[in-house]
Design a protein around this ligand. Structure first.
Ligand code: IPE
Ligand code: IPE
Ligand code: MG
Length: 255
């Protein structure tokens, strides 16, 4: 299905002050959406492609700079072989089908995740898309594929332990920044707004480090029905929140 590109004029983006710099999305509810229509779960995943493209277009229109989406978790291998194969093949095909369109939109595609177990054909497509769009910076679009927050932190710890063992890093010198520098994308900013579609209210091992001070939006809409207008509404609700990062402002003057 052809997605109206950013700025197509069909849905005018609202003017929003304080748009979050980094939005992360747990694209959930595909299987339930399909089953409730008498369709196999895989049809829900298929319907998610349009939602993804429309959401990316909406992020561009409103000025989000970093968008990270959860496409396949390190725990999703537990699903039936049929669903896992579908998800692998489908990720590969979506990347192949959409990379030129995303490139034209000025989107830089980046992969966050672990190599082991991930299909080589998926890694190849991710790398082709990364290379093709490497100089784009209108929107950094990060695809979390075979991603787990604990796996990411464990991978960073393994690297740190190796550096300590070879003597290039001293235990005393390990800070939060030492860990952050060894995550999959050290230069990516923390998440400002984490959206989960599909009605569940949990993090499911997504961006555990980067979400330390994220605001959460749990949207009951299943992912296949999500799109730019839902994104703008979730962002509008975010802009009304007071973020304190552990600090406090005394709004009543001392007596
Ligand atoms: C999210 O939708 C997509 C992936 C996990 C890849 P689900 O497949 O989890 O759909 P529900 O949550 O079972 O409805
Ligand atoms: C999280 O959703 C993973 C993705 C959206 C890729 P899940 O559907 O796998 O999470 P749980 O099992 O409901 O926690
Ligand atoms: Mg789910």
């Amino acid at each position: 299905m052809i997605t109206p590109p950013p700025g197509a004029g069909k849905n005018l983006a609202p003017k929003i002050d304080g748009v979050p710099n980094h939005v992360a999305i747990i694209m959930d509810g595909n299987g339930r959406w399909a089953n409730s229509r008498g369709l196999p779960r895989t049809e829900g995943h298929r319907a998610g492609e349009y939602a993804l493209m429309d959401t990316i277009a909406g992020a561009l229109e409103i000025g989000v700079k970093h968008l990270t989406v959860y496409a396949f978790s390190t725990e999703n291998w537990k699903r039936s072989p049929k669903e896992v194969s579908f998800l692998m093949g489908y990720s590969r095909d979506v990347l192949r089908r959409r990379r030129d369109e995303l490139n034209e939109w000025g989107v830089g595609i980046h992969w966050w995740g672990r190599r082991p177990r991930l299909w080589k054909s998926v890694i190849d497509e991710l790398e082709v898309a990364q290379e093709l769009t490497a100089s784009n910076s209108k929107l950094h679009f990060n695809m979390a594929v075979n991603y787990g927050g604990r796996a990411e932190i464990a991978d960073a710890m393994r690297q740190i332990a190796g550096e300590v063992a070879e003597g290039s890093l001293k235990p005393k010198g390990i800070t939060e920044d030492t860990v952050r520098r060894r995550l999959y994308a050290p230069d990516s900013p923390d998440v400002d707004l984490l959206i989960r579609t599909g009605g569940e209210q949990r993090i499911s091992n997504f961006l555990l480090w980067q979400c330390a001070y994220a605001e959460f939006a749990f949207n009951p809409v299943p992912w296949p029905e999500y799109g730019r207008e839902e994104l703008w509404n979730d962002i509008l609700s975010f802009t009304g929140r007071e973020r304190r990062f552990g600090g406090a402002i005394d709004k009543v003057a001392p007596q």
